[in-house]
Design a protein around this ligand. Structure first.
Ligand code: ZN
Length: 393
């Protein structure tokens, strides 16, 4: 089975999205690119009250109509998050010193002198370096940091609207099949969701696919955008099944290797995912990608599938294996500051291509959602029939 490859257009969009500055609660630059791209492709979307982007429907009422439609075809509600761990400015402590609070996980070693980027609200960036840090009590990252800003004269910007993260040679670059980025998690998932929407709404396809995309905010601090969306209650009184599909990048683990294909994520650190939905996802992955996919519980972190499950929705997950998870140099490589220090994240472009192929295949009509176990049951019955004489004897 030939491995899917990204087209030039896909690759360009992926790089554009992954290059945007983002941090928890500061996703507006990613959102702006997403909205422009969806508008150009004539894919409907709107924003929910929390600022999550709902893709595939133009309004709250159209969303409600799609959800309430009587159908046996489940809505596939794809989820990806627009943030990445990073910091918010708090105050200027000197002309060139910004005090900042970190949101989400981060490396905890080799931090002093580490290069960072600092963006203004309009997305314009300057460079800086970490001068001092206070680590969080949890041991999972930085609490606050003092940042020495490189550029002089200092841009006259509000400390509180500034945001940033670790800086490397570039916001994103490729080398062979590798994509290096300061924030692959989860901007790769955002790209996969947006591309799936573009594909599903292309003029040659049907106009009302069983697709909704939810691009969320502030996942890295505890699924805040996803919770806000579920709390709206807009998915209540559904006339059809709803299946949430989390699109994540997750820390590469034994059995989930970078470059061996997207992972049918069986669960995360919190819980296993919906067994029936996962059975269908596995059947689809086998048919679409053959050996070029992997299956594993990705228990190095949690993902939005867990949030969906907690709110009563069946959920499954697709992961792209990620190097240097949350910018911690675990696998090392270019621009790493050494073990445990800051490093760019990386993924394999072929895994991303596989993920997109899987998303498209998951939207096909007639998949065995109502009885995911039929094929397996038939095999079991055959085995039983063959062994029956032995039972009777
Ligand atoms: Zn993530």
């Amino acid at each position: 089975m030939p491995r899917p490859k990204l087209s030039d257009r896909q690759r360009a969009l992926l790089l554009e999205i992954v290059s945007q500055p983002t941090a928890p609660f500061r996703e507006h630059r990613v959102a702006a690119i997403v909205k422009r791209t969806l508008e150009e492709a004539r894919v409907p979307f709107f924003e929910d009250p929390a600022g999550n982007i709902v893709v595939g429907v133009p309004s709250r009422s159209a969303y409600a109509r799609l959800v309430r439609e009587k159908s046996r075809e489940p809505i596939r509600l794809f989820m990806a998050h627009m943030d990445h761990p990073g910091f918010h400015g708090l105050s200027w402590t000197a002309a060139d010193r910004l005090k900042a609070r970190w949101h989400g996980a981060s490396p905890i070693r080799r931090l002093i002198g580490a290069p960072v980027w600092i963006a203004a609200a309009d997305g314009n960036e300057v460079g800086g370096r970490i001068a001092a840090v206070k680590l969080a009590g949890s041991g999972c990252g930085i609490d606050t940091a003092e940042i020495r800003v490189d550029s002089a004269p200092l841009p006259r910007r509000e400390a509180k609207t500034a945001f940033g993260g670790f800086r490397f040679r570039s916001s994103a670059w490729t080398s062979g099949n590798r994509l290096y980025a300061r924030a692959a998690d989860d901007l790769v998932g955002v790209f996969a969701l947006v591309w799936t929407a573009i594909d599903v709404f292309s003029p040659r396809k049907r106009s009302s696919p069983p697709f909704v995309g939810l691009l969320t905010r502030a996942e890295e601090v505890g699924f805040i955008g996803a919770i806000a969306h579920f709390e709206l209650g807009w998915l209540a009184r559904a006339g059809r099944p709803i299946l949430c599909v989390s699109l994540e990048t997750s820390r590469t683990l034994p059995g989930a290797k970078i470059g061996r294909g997207p992972v049918v994520r069986l669960g995360d650190r919190q819980t296993v995912f919906n067994p029936g939905g996962t059975a269908v996802l596995s059947i689809v992955a086998d048919k679409t990608l053959g050996k070029n996919h992997q299956r594993r519980i990705m228990d190095a972190g949690t993902c939005e599938a867990t949030a969906a499950l907690a709110f009563g929705f069946p959920a499954v997950g697709i992961s792209v294996p990620l190097g240097n998870y949350h910018n911690q140099s675990i696998e090392g490589g270019p621009d790493s500051r050494g073990p445990g220090g800051p490093a760019p994240e990386f993924v394999d472009l072929r895994d991303v291509a596989g993920e997109i192929a899987l998303c498209a295949a998951l939207l096909k009509a007639g998949l065995p959602w109502a009885d995911p176990w039929q094929a397996l049951r038939n095999r079991l019955r055959k085995r039983f029939a063959a062994c029956r004489p032995l039972l009777d004897g």
